[in-house]
Design a protein around this ligand. Structure first.
Ligand SMILES: [Zn+2]
Length: 587
């Protein structure tokens, strides 16, 4: 038994989740407000029977371990340990040891797959005139391209094969590339969303390659501008910063660092000689980011595009900084400029540094800017919002200094603000609510299920339920003609020739990787169960009918290749199926 099974058999998922949100029974499931995104309706669903959860709002899902990992912002191993501690369960030493070494091995495989892919992307860039000339046009020289190991994933037919070959010569299997989310399995081919993109490899602070950002660059490319690797235990956007490994030394030398919002900004700054720069991965700054940077330098400069300093974004960042006890300075670029364009025009960033404001004054000025023109209601709301942020500070003196400044900006007497603050502090519920407020910007919807029909989902669930009502032949055909990614999951769970009749859902679930688990949870909880034979049989026939043409074609090919024994078996099954469909008048 592995560590995760060990924990799961001892701690019911309901007990754990109910510590974070209150759940009410609704049929087989339990429902409540999602602890990961703010909502008024209850979209968060837990199946105690299956030991999984799924949120119909933000689409997070998984088992009890991934729930804790997500909500406590830690990896799965840490989550398992945390659960054991909290529920006072002793983990046998052999189970713990095995978990540690397995975790280590899996991570290493991921890093290796990413590193060798990065090598190949980088080499591919060097032989692509069009990609190189694009980067040159953007002002990047060879030194910068090499420093960040910028690459290119060509889109021609043989490219994926070449990548696989390169990986194989470095002991990386295709499976590893798929698990690292570099390649994806389509109906019959492998593909990659990174194809035809400039590739920015992302390393962690130790320089281990763990993911990629890909940018389109061809004029008629209409896909999203950026595509980032999907999250996994070794690649969490909320705790990684692009370029940190390369910038570390310079950050320590200068005891200062610049934080920007995108790869291109980061690379452009380094190109202009400012090397103590890092970027978030297309997401907003998190507590983990701030913690990470504060380990390397005392002074943090956050650069905001002239257009981008939305009040809400600044408010959010200010809160985070105060909670993390970090006092960054904010540099405002002239309107319409980003770091790259500003430097390109010969702008002097160091001069802007000397004019930077600390985040508190920046925040205060941002909300104070239009303050006098606001309606009375809006004014009250703004002041309260601001005071709530201050209420979270531990340091009383700091609170008073901030209130004093605020009193000038808002033109409200200090004592009035102070009274308001005291009132807020007396209301513990509100403070708690504030502290628990989470960002939902990282939750991206998985679109791999959009093309799956309802019929397919229902049959998928029926097979997972190990439904005795489905005959073996039907099952074989259903799995063979199911759409991906459901087909792959069923194949994993129903290996050919293995007739596990009494399988247990938890064991099956554990065979799957994170993404597959998410898919299973989502489909199961949104589809529900078919209990009676007649309805199910109807669905099965409908499914066969919809695939009939392909089945007939495939049978011809299969028979031409099969040996005598197989021929008989294949033919028998096929004729059985044909008769069933004929009897119902479906073909
Ligand atoms: Zn949610």
């Amino acid at each position: 038994m592995n560590l995760f099974d060990f924990i799961k058999t001892r701690i019911p998922i309901l007990n754990v989740i109910q510590d974070y949100t209150s759940l009410k029974k609704a049929g087989k499931y339990w429902k409540g407000r999602c602890p990961f995104h703010s909502e008024k309706t209850a979209s968060f669903t837990v199946s105690p029977e299956r030991e999984i959860f799924y949120c119909f709002g933000c689409h997070l899902s998984g088992d009890v371990i991934s729930f804790v990992a997500k909500i406590e912002n830690c990896n799965q191993l840490e989550a398992a340990k945390l659960l054991a501690e909290k529920h006072k369960i002793d983990i046998p030493e052999d189970i713990m040891g095995q978990a540690h070494s397995q975790n280590h091995e899996e991570k290493q495989k991921h890093f290796d797959a990413c590193r060798h892919s990065a090598d190949w992307f980088h080499e591919s860039l060097k032989s692509s005139k069009i990609a190189l000339s694009y980067l040159k046009k953007r002002g990047l020289d060879e030194g910068t391209i090499n420093r960040y190991k910028i690459g290119y994933f060509p889109g021609d037919l043989g490219a994926i094969k070449k990548l696989i070959k390169h990986a194989q010569s470095n002991s990386i299997l295709t499976k590893n590339l798929i698990e690292a989310n570099i390649l994806f399995e389509g109906k019959s081919i492998l593909y990659s969303p990174f194809e035809e993109r400039i590739i920015f490899p992302i390393t962690d602070h130790l320089g281990r390659f763990c993911g990629f950002g890909g940018r389109i660059f061809k004029p008629n490319d209409e896909r999203a501008k950026y595509y980032n690797s999907k999250e996994n235990p070794s690649f969490t956007k909320g705790s990684l910063l692009f370029g940190l490994d390369l910038a570390k030394k310079e950050i320590q030398n200068k005891n200062a660092l610049f934080l920007v919002e995108g790869y291109t900004d980061c690379v452009a700054m380094a190109q202009h000689g400012i090397q103590n720069v890092v970027a978030t991965l297309g997401t907003s700054c998190t507590r983990d980011h701030l913690k990470l940077v504060s380990r390397y330098a005392e002074q943090l400069f956050i650069i905001y595009d002239g257009d981008n300093a939305g009040e809400a974004a600044v408010l959010r960042l200010t809160k985070l900084c105060w909670e993390s006890n970090i006092d960054p300075k904010v540099i405002m670029l002239p309107r319409g400029e980003d770091p790259a364009s500003f430097l390109e025009k010969g702008g002097d960033l160091l001069k802007l540094c000397s004019k930077s404001q600390d985040i508190f004054m920046f925040f205060l000025n941002t909300i104070g800017k239009g303050f006098t023109g606001l309606t009375l209601n809006k004014k009250l709301q703004t002041i309260r919002e601001f005071i709530q942020v201050i209420g979270q500070l531990d340091d009383d003196l700091k609170k008073d200094i901030l209130l004093q400044n605020a009193s000038k900006v808002f033109e409200v007497p200090f004592d009035t603000l102070k009274k308001e603050l005291d009132q807020i502090l007396e209301s513990p519920k509100q403070a708690l609510h504030q502290a628990q407020e989470k960002s939902t910007s990282d939750h991206q919807e998985d679109d791999s299920l959009k093309k799956i029909t309802n019929l397919e989902k229902q049959l998928f669930c029926a097979i997972l339920d190990d439904n005795d009502l489905i005959q073996e032949t039907d099952k074989e055909y259903i799995i063979a003609y199911m759409a991906q990614p459901l087909k792959g999951i069923l194949e994993k769970l129903n290996p050919k020739g293995l007739n596990e009749n009494n399988h247990n859902f938890k064991d099956l679930f554990n065979k799957l990787n994170n993404i597959e688990q998410k898919i299973v949870a989502q489909v199961l909880l949104e589809t529900g169960r078919i209990e009676e034979a007649e309805g199910l049989n109807e669905l099965i026939l409908q499914f066969h009918k919809s695939n009939w043409k392909t089945i007939v074609n495939d049978i011809k090919i299969l028979l031409s290749k099969a040996n005598q024994d197989d021929t008989q078996y294949i033919l028998q099954n096929f004729l059985k199926l044909k008769k069933k469909l004929l009897d119902k008048g479906l073909i």
